[in-house]
Design a protein around this ligand. Sequence first.
Ligand SMILES: Cc1ncc(COP(=O)(O)O)c(C=O)c1O
Length: 364
Amino acid sequence: MKIEKIARKNILNIASYVPGKSIEEVQKEYGPKRWVKLASNENVLGPSPKAIRAIQKELSKIHFYPEGPCSLLRQAIAQQFSLPEERIVISNGADNLILMIGCAFVNEGDEVIMADPTFTVYTNVTQIMGGKVIPIRLKEFTHDLRGMLERVTRKTKLIFICNPNNPTGTTVNRKIFEDFLSALPERVIVILDEAYGEFVEDSSSPRGLDYIGKKQLILLRTFSKVYGLAGLRIGYALGREDLIHCLYQVRDPFPVHRLAQVAAVAALQDKRHAEKTIRMVSEGRRFLYQELKRIGLAYVPSQANFIFIDFHRDSEEVFRALLSEGIIIRPGKTWGFPTFARVTIGTLEENRRFIRALDKIYRR
Ligand SMILES: Cc1ncc(COP(=O)(O)O)c(C=O)c1O
């Protein structure tokens, strides 16, 4: 029997997600080095020390199942954002929440509008569910909200807005976003992905929290970026009670393990670590802009902890040259920008190493 006859329709044609290369992976090819990983937009300062202590305290309890709904974390989020707990659902990463959104809302044949390029998991989930991806090309590296609106049909179910957008780091304008929300039919749900929301400095960008409960909107957040817990896999979604209830209907019973739950509570409360991270990203951005200009490279001004840089040559070449210098970045071919790469903003020392390596490459 052919596997095509057994597998669920659509899943065999889905392009697999290509993550940034891990240190373990490049080490196999290039040997041990003092690697600098600027490929996956993690928190380069590491986790909050308070999160580490919370994990250590919890370790002896891992023979018990975790608490299914993540009540303590849900209470902490509710308190921090002054929201009722019914508007909060927690799961093992924003990735998993995107899959839950697909399971809860996308029927076969439904249309799902998203930017091109944007975070690729939106496409994968839509295809798993048998939905149709409607890609809308970015305009000047930014979501074209008017273009998205024009493509809404009776079949449109979801619209993903990644703000700031991965991989370009751009944000939408609040006024344009609000006009867009008002013009949408109520049956269309907007998924506002703020995985990098904490890094936004531009005050004209909308804040997802302002729309919770008022609009047909689900806000996605993660502990993988500013909170430094990418390896633990934990994120949350906020929205109107009826929308969040649908996500609970498709949720695993115990999606978030004990260590992730206690670490996230500690990380959320460790404001100093989050602020230090945001400051480092902001200073790093300015340093990199200045150095990239000096080298003569163009970049997209970013509101996130990464920069989309135009290397003016095949970025795979630059990627390989940087690997020999011990630096991992993410080339832009997968997003249809073969001369660009997405580079995470590192610590000052990491940023300097990256710039020294670029100086070497561009002097050749
Ligand atoms: C825009 C965006 N959304 C969601 C995610 C997934 O986050 P998580 O690590 O919580 O699954 C990422 C991860 O890189 C991302 O860039």
